[in-house]
Design a protein around this ligand. Structure first.
Ligand code: GAR
Length: 212
């Protein structure tokens, strides 16, 4: 039997899990990853069914059962580390994380955010882009640091904002790109091509990546 050298990945979700699905599909198509667990803070997250459907352990850790962020994140860390992942991917995990949690996964946790960071951190990014009369919008994959939606950017995708757009049509256009760039960035990491450098910047193929 050949050894499984694929990168083991734990995905954290809160909702629909379409980015999780993109990673599951990429794994099936040969991306050298093995999604070993999906964890949701919400029992009703539809993404849990996507995991179950593909035979991936789906676990629920409800934040409602915890008095504060610190104790929740400490248990979440324990749950994740049971799977000993090489990478943690936040795939629509809608929680602010404690610095202790973030530091524990420094250089091995990614997030995807639906805006061209540093623009529009936080929520309602599509409506805010429309309200700001942006002509361009998009999504960013970044290493997670203690700053909310603020870590070093690995990859961005841009889409036009069309005159007839509302938040839903714009979100759909952006999401399509998310499904492209998240597996691409995870693939670079899985192949050992991408690292968070000592200088705090992402390095690809031995070179610091240019600022987007
Ligand atoms: C995605 O658009 C993702 O970028 C966003 O939540 C959505 C999850 O969709 N994440 C954030 O806003 C994090 N700050 P999905 O559950 O279908 O992947």
């Amino acid at each position: 039997m050949s050894e499984d050298n694929r990168l083991s990945v734990v995905a954290l979700i809160s909702g629909g899990g379409s980015n999780l699905q993109a990673l599951i599909d990429a794994q099936a198509a040969g991306l050298p990853i093995r999604i070993v667990a999906v964890i949701s803070n919400r029992a009703d997250a539809p993404g849990l069914d996507r995991a179950r459907h593909h035979g991936i352990p789906a676990e629920i850790l409800s934040h409602r059962d915890y008095p504060d962020r610190e104790t929740y994140d400490a248990d979440l860390q324990r749950l994740i580390d049971r799977h000993d992942p090489g990478l943690v991917v936040l795939a629509g995990f809608m929680r602010i994380l404690t610095p202790e949690f973030v530091n524990h996964y420094r250089g091995r946790m990614f997030n995807i955010h639906p805006s061209l960071l540093p623009k529009f951190r936080g929520l309602h990014t599509h409506q805010r882009a429309l309200d700001a009369d942006e002509t361009e919008h998009g999504a960013s994959v970044h290493f997670v640091t203690a700053e909310l939606d603020g870590g070093p950017i690995i990859l961005q995708a841009r889409v036009p904002v069309l005159p007839e757009d509302d938040a839903a049509t714009l979100a759909a256009r952006v999401l399509e790109q998310e499904h492209r760039i998240y597996p691409a960035a995870v693939g670079w990491f899985a192949e050992g091509r991408l690292k968070l450098g000592e200088d705090g910047r992402p390095w690809l193929d031995g070179e610091p990546m240019p600022e987007p």
